[in-house]
Structure formats: structure tokens, C-alpha cells
Design a protein around this ligand. Structure first.
Ligand SMILES: Nc1nc2c(c(=O)[nH]1)N[C@H]1C(S)=C(S)[C@@H](COP(=O)(O)OP(=O)(O)OC[C@H]3O[C@@H](n4cnc5c(N)ncnc54)[C@H](O)[C@@H]3O)O[C@H]1N2
Ligand code: MOO
Ligand SMILES: [Mg+2]
Length: 401
């Protein structure tokens, strides 16, 4: 048995190389939230598409209301959505609503509060200047303008703009499809009273959520027993439709290591990475499909996802920023760390009160409740075995980009 450890950076590079760039597809605008735009978006219509009123009131010629009060006959009523409106004759007014087209001949709108609100005749009490309360055509966007650059991450405002310009779909890099598979004959589902030796399955739920949070699509198989035949039977029908097979469990040094047994010598390389938690890892390609095998201990699985899988999925989706934000913080309590391994300790980071980070729980990779109340991973470098309270450390924030 070899004791050589794989460097974190080397395993990371290996995983990153497995999942290729996702293809560009046209998706309905409403489904593009959080995706990366693949081509520039160029305006084919102006915004606004026509001169329209910014106020509920009366379209007038400013010259006709220069001396107030003045009474004008109300000739037309123009709600938003009316398309054919005759021109405004001098000395008259058209009642007009916000967003309705300003008739030719009118050069301003008097808001209703500055009038008596009449419907056949209106008394205007205050003058307006030319252009007042008129939103000019193309004021916001001229035809031919590049309004969104390829590479931008599509958020609500970007999707709103595309919709306003009449786009029904946008070219984006699609979400990677990840088959999340939990192995372990001890795993059962909710609603079952636990027999001694059984546990409720949790890695699958956690990893599928992590895939979705990263922007991917997850299909979840939660209860694959430690049996190579059943493992192959579970994955075989699904391999053709996934971009990544992500397993948990069955990769360590014991007997019944189902994932190791199923994939050894078949394109997946198993190794021990110089990190804690998350030591035992595997990565490769099985029947052409990218495979990453995470260790079964829940904290190990989740930390491995953060370190190796999330950046790979983000890169495949075309994000420029694939890593979580990293801050420098002051440790509130000492920590110890194994020699020769990067330790990722769970922490509670308080960005407000002096950027202090407090280690949460111990280093044990079964301590799921500590993970659930942490918001960062404290990174203790490979060559460091002890850090005193007050030491400056890098913390990898578990929320945001
Ligand atoms: N002799 C050695 N034993 C172990 C070593 C080692 O180097 N030598 N490494 C330890 C480390 S570190 C880890 S991490 C684990 C990894 O083991 P496996 O990947 O084979 O995982 P399992 O044995 O299947 O499970 C480990 C642990 O996690 C629980 N588990 C598994 N799947 C789930 C799930 N879906 N939901 C909730 N909990 C799960 C499982 O019941 C075990 O308790 O190996 C160490 N051993
Ligand atoms: O790597 Mo194991 O992941 O330390 O518990
Ligand atoms: Mg197992």
C-alpha cells in the first residue's frame, strides 16, 4: 500500500479537467436565472419603443399652458395599450395615462394633480416645459446597442432587460447534470425506525442540494447497497444522460468498498489527498462519463464537494469566478491540525466584529451539526500543526461567489 498523499491542488486540477465546458443552448429567458450568457445581447428594438407619458395627466403643447389657469377641451382619452391615436390639435388636450403613447403634436404632459381632472374639458393650473413628463423613444436603449456582454451572469435585472427587448430565449451554457449516488447498506430513508447499525441517509440530500446551489441539476439515488452488481445496475441506465457521476462512501481502506471495487481498473483512480477531512478520493472517467467519488463521512463529503466539485461545476458553466470568496480572519481559539495535510475546520466567521472566526465543533468528520451552524471553512495549511488564538487565518466563506 502506498502512503504517498496527493496534493490538494493536484486532485483539484484532475477533477476540474474531467467536466468539460457545458454546451451553449437557447433557454427560455425565465429559466436563465444564474446562468452565464454565451453571446452578446444586442437590442433589436429601442427602449422605450415610443414616446410615452411618465405621468397620469394630460398631453398638451407646453405653449398652450404657459399662462395659467387655462381651460382646454379634452379631445381624446389615451390609456396605456392604446395603439392608434390621432394628433393633438393646438389649443386642446388629450387625457393620457402613464405608459401611453404621447400623440404627435403634444410636447409635454401635465400631471393630473396640477389640473381639475376634467374629462371633457380640463383646467390646467400650472405650466409645464417642453419635454416635461415625456419619456422619449430610445431614451434607455437605442437599436443596435449591446446591452449585455457574453460572460455576464444573468440575474433578475438582466433577465428583465432581455424580456423588455422582446427576447423569448437566451443563449446560455446549460446546467451540468449530476447523478448523485449514496452507497451504504446501512442507509435507510425517513419514516423507518432505525435498527441498530442503520442510519438515515443524509449525504445524498446534502450533495444534491450542493449541486443545485452551485447551479447544476441533480438526480439523486440515495440507497445503493454495498454490492458491486447492484451499484452497476443503478448507474448503467443513467450514464448516458449525465455530465458527472458523484458518489459518496465506499472508497476507503476496508472490505466492502463498493465504489472502489466497481471502478478500480476501469478508468477511475483512487487516492488519498493531503487534506482533512476528505482524505480518500477518486476521480476519472468510466465509460466516457466523468466520475468523482467522495468519502462517506458526511463532513468529508461536503468539504470535498466545496474544495473539488463546486469549482469544477462552476468552471463548466462558464463562470469567471469559480471559487468562493476567501477572507482573512483572526482565530478566537487555538486549533491543531495533522502534519502534512491541509485542514478545513468548520468555523463561524463574523465579518462585523473585527473579522473573528470561531472554530465550531472538533475536527471529526462525522460532526454534521457543527457543519450546519458554520458559515466558513478555516484553512490550516499543510505545514502548520498548531495555531494559537489570535492567529491570522484564511477562511473560505460558504455563501456567495
Ligand atoms: N483503515 C482505514 N479506515 C479509514 C480510513 C483510512 O485511511 N484507513 N479513512 C477514514 C476516512 S478519513 C474516511 S473519510 C472514511 C471514508 O470511508 P468511505 O468513503 O469508504 O465511506 P463509508 O465507509 O462508506 O462511510 C463512512 C461513514 O460515513 C457514513 N455514511 C456513508 N454514506 C452516508 C450517507 N449517504 N449518509 C450518511 N452517512 C453516510 C457511514 O455510515 C460511515 O459512518 O473512511 C475512514 N476509514
Ligand atoms: O478524510 Mo476523512 O474525510 O478525514 O474523515
Ligand atoms: Mg459505506
Amino acid at each position: 500500500m502506498s502512503n504517498a498523499l496527493t496534493r490538494v491542488a493536484d486532485h483539484k486540477a484532475r477533477v476540474a479537467g474531467l467536466v468539460g465546458m457545458m454546451p451553449v443552448v437557447d433557454l427560455p429567458v425565465a429559466d436563465c436565472l444564474g446562468l452565464v450568457l454565451a453571446e452578446d445581447v444586442v437590442a433589436g428594438v429601442p427602449l422605450p419603443p415610443f414616446d410615452n407619458s411618465a405621468m397620469d395627466g394630460y398631453a398638451v403643447r407646453a405653449a398652450d399652458v404657459a399662462a395659467v389657469p387655462v381651460r382646454l377641451p379634452v379631445v381624446e382619452d389615451i390609456p396605456a395599450g392604446r395603439t392608434a391615436v390621432g394628433p393633438l390639435a393646438p389649443g386642446t388636450a388629450h387625457r393620457i395615462m402613464t405608459g401611453a403613447p404621447v400623440p404627435s403634436g403634444a410636447d409635454a404632459v401635465v400631471q393630473v394633480e396640477w389640473t381639475d381632472g376634467g374629462t371633457s374639458e380640463v383646467r390646467v393650473d400650472r405650466p409645464v416645459v417642453v419635454g416635461q413628463n415625456v419619456r422619449k423613444m430610445a431614451d434607455d436603449v437605442a437599436v443596435g446597442t449591446t446591452v449585455l456582454d457574453a460572460g455576464v451572469v444573468l440575474g433578475p435585472a438582466q433577465l428583465g432587460l432581455a424580456a423588455a427587448l422582446g427576447f423569448g430565449s437566451l443563449p446560455v451554457r446549460r446546467r451540468p447534470r449530476v447523478l448523485v449516488l449514496s452507497t451504504g447498506s446501512e442507509l435507510v430513508g425517513p419514516g423507518v425506525a432505525l435498527e441498530p447499525g442503520q442510519i438515515y441517509e443524509s449525504n445524498g440530500v446534502m450533495l444534491a442540494a450542493a449541486v443545485r446551489e452551485a447551479g447544476g441539476e441533480a438526480e439523486l439515488l440515495r440507497f445503493v447497497p454495498d454490492d458491486v452488481e447492484q451499484f452497476h445496475a443503478a448507474i448503467a441506465p443513467r450514464l448516458g444522460s449525465v455530465d458527472l457521476l458523484l458518489t459518496s462512501g465506499g472508497v476507503s481502506a476496508g472490505a466492502y468498498e463498493v465504489v472502489k471495487d466497481a471502478f478500480t481498473g476501469r478508468g477511475v483512480e483512487f487516492t488519498k489527498v493531503a487534506m482533512q477531512p476528505g482524505g480518500p478520493q477518486g476521480a476519472g472517467r468510466y465509460q466516457g462519463v466523468a466520475v468523482a467519488t467522495l468519502p462517506g463521512n458526511p463532513v468529508s463529503a461536503q468539504v470535498s464537494f466545496e474544495v473539488f466539485i463546486r469549482p469544477a461545476l462552476r468552471a463548466a458553466m462558464g463562470f469567471a469566478q469559480v471559487e468562493r470568496p476567501v477572507a482573512t480572519a483572526t482565530l478566537s481559539a487555538p486549533v491543531t491540525s495533522p502534519a502534512g495535510r491541509t485542514q478545513f475546520r468548520r468555523g463561524a466567521y463574523d465579518p462585523e466584529s473585527g473579522r473573528v472566526v470561531t472554530p465550531v465543533g472538533g475536527p471529526g468528520s462525522h460532526l454534521l451539526s457543527a457543519l450546519a451552524i458554520s458559515n466558513c471553512l478555516i484553512e490550516v495549511p499543510e505545514d502548520v500543526t498548531e495555531l494559537a488564538a489570535g492567529a491570522r487565518v484564511a477562511v473560505r466563506l460558504l455563501h456567495g461567489e
